[in-house]
Write a protein that binds this ligand. Sequence first.
Ligand code: SLL
Length: 258
Amino acid sequence: MATERVRVRGLNIYRPIIYGNTATVLNPKQREALAATAPDHTHTWTVAVRGAASAPDQDIVGGADDISHFIKRVTFKLHDTYPNPSRNIDKPPFEVTETGWGEFEIQIRITFVPDAGEKPITFYHHLKLHPWTATGEPEIPPIDVAAKLGPVHSWQYDELVFNDPFQTFLNTLMAHPPTPLVRSRRKPVPFHLAHMGGLEASKGGTPEFTQQMEKEEAERLEEARKAIVAEEERWRMKLIEREKELEQLQKLVAERAQ
Ligand code: SLL
């Protein structure tokens, strides 16, 4: 009898991924090579979907683990200024490398292996070419300045959660446990606009995601929650004060009206 398609109810299992891009200013040789076809191109970039952990011996963000046992295809939909903007990548590495001059939104669609029985998921990544700034406001430095600053990285951590997975798919996933993220930082930390204070820590080379980042993010969320509770309390006191004031004024008006 063929293997039954049974779902393991009540169970969920996740796999950590990252998506994003790295961009580098073209060197003079690369510019020369593009002079005839694309003289306005200034950067080379790679957009990718990868496992979240980085291999210690490789100078790339993430990518330590093979993710093709659950991802069948990644489609990167580029800006219409690119030839064949919809790029299907059917084997790892799930990435597209191009050259260009401008930032734009890239639509990313992940198609899972048939055994997963999951619908494809679609999301967006803003292709980042220009360096991060302390204010978050876009600022385009002169190209020679940008070249000296080194590669720009923009990466987002996420977790693909599989609810009630099919037994066969669960077996596949469990046969390929993901490499855990390193505990604490040994390289720069990926920058995110949600945490502007992290700009300095993101400088100085190829960043990587760590377990420490998750802890720090949780702490920041807790701080923010506390700040909101305190703010709420402040407004509540103010409201009580004003209500008292209103009551007194209303009394006064009533007295005068008599
Ligand atoms: C902008 N909205 O105006 C964006 C569009 C387009 C990027 C950026 C060149 C493609 C090509 C390229 O970089 N396109 O020539 O092959 O900034």
